[in-house]
Every structure is written in C-alpha cells, then in structure tokens.
Ligand binder design. Structure first.
Ligand code: SF4
Length: 177
C-alpha cells in the first residue's frame, strides 16, 4: 500500500488553522525520517482523534516501536503542559508533537517539518504563552527548553553567570537557518 500523501502543500491547503498545520507538519516529518511512533505519548484513541481533527479524516498508523529509554521526552512534555493555555486536547497533542520532534538533531522548527522558525514562534506564543514569554533573549528553542529543565532540576549547565560573556553564546542564540 502506498504511503498517504502528506506533502506540505496539500496539508497547508487542507488545514488552515496554525495548530492543525503544526501537527500535520510534525506527522509528515516523522513519516519522512521513518520515526515511530510518529508522535509519542498518545494512546490509539487519542491518535485516532488527532488524525480525524487535524488530517481531515486521513488515518495514519502511529507505529508501535518502543520509545527510547533515555531521553527528555517526558520532561519536555511536562514542561510544555505545565505552561499550556488553554490546557485542552489540542495543547496536549501539540506538547506531545513538539516533545517528540525535540529529540531529533536539527533546529526544532526543522525537526518539526515547519516551513520556518516563524511558525514555531507563533505556535509557542499561541499555545504555551507562559513559557514563550520567558525566552526574552530569543534563545534557540531547544537550548531554551533544556535550560528551563536544568534550572528546574537545579542542574547548572551554563559556563558563565550571564549570557553576554559566555563562550557558548553562539550556540544558544545564533541564527537558525
Ligand atoms: S549563552 Fe551561556 S550562559 Fe547563556 S544560556 Fe547559553 S550556555 Fe547559558
């Protein structure tokens, strides 16, 4: 059986709201890189409802591969949920989608299959405003998330007391092209 057509142009045409576009992009990128599950942390009923809501009834298989044991999916999912507003089903799906993509190796907007960082900024401000507003210096989102997690756990990751004098400044704040 051929894989469903998840081309970006089709998804954008079919799903104008930003939340649905973001979910569809993450699904398409997960499918492109062969990730399973496509979005982690969702039971079969929740994933089926996600497809019905965000893909206009197009049914996908989320996959059954076991999740890696050692990564930060759970912590990042919880951080996002803690700041979700509103805390509804869509925010839970988005938190799972973002935390799934964040375990990959590129810039977060790329790992989510988004057209640019603008859509990532927009969805975080729209659905996780209390977290997005804390990124006052426009830090790269993955760096920002992990800094938040480390601060909550009381684990220092920074080599300098302030970002302006830090040798890792370019890592945390450089352009994300
Ligand atoms: S620039 Fe340095 S001090 Fe600032 S968040 Fe990054 S690692 Fe920490």
């Amino acid at each position: 059986m051929n894989a469903p057509d998840l081309s970006l142009s089709r998804l954008i045409a079919a799903q104008p709201p930003l939340e649905k576009l973001v979910i569809a992009c993450v699904l398409a990128e997960s499918q492109r890189v062969g990730a399973q599950p496509l979005i982690r942390g969702l039971g079969p009923a929740s994933f089926s409802m996600l497809c019905a809501t965000c893909l206009a009834g197009l049914e996908l298989d989320n996959g059954t591969a076991p999740a890696p044991v050692f990564d930060e999916f759970d912590e990042l999912f919880e951080l996002l949920v803690e700041h979700a507003a509103p805390l509804d089903q869509m925010s839970l799906w988005l938190a799972a989608a973002i935390a799934t993509a964040a375990q990959r190796d590129n810039h977060l907007w790329q790992d989510m299959g988004l057209p640019s960082r603008r859509e990532l900024n927009a969805i975080l401000r729209l659905r996780f405003p209390g977290l997005a507003v804390l990124n006052v210096g426009d830090m790269k989102w993955k760096k920002f998330f992990y800094r938040q997690l480390c601060q909550s756990a009381g684990v220092p990751i920074c080599k300098s007391p302030t970002c302006g004098v830090c040798v890792d400044h370019a890592e945390c704040f450089g352009p994300e092209h």
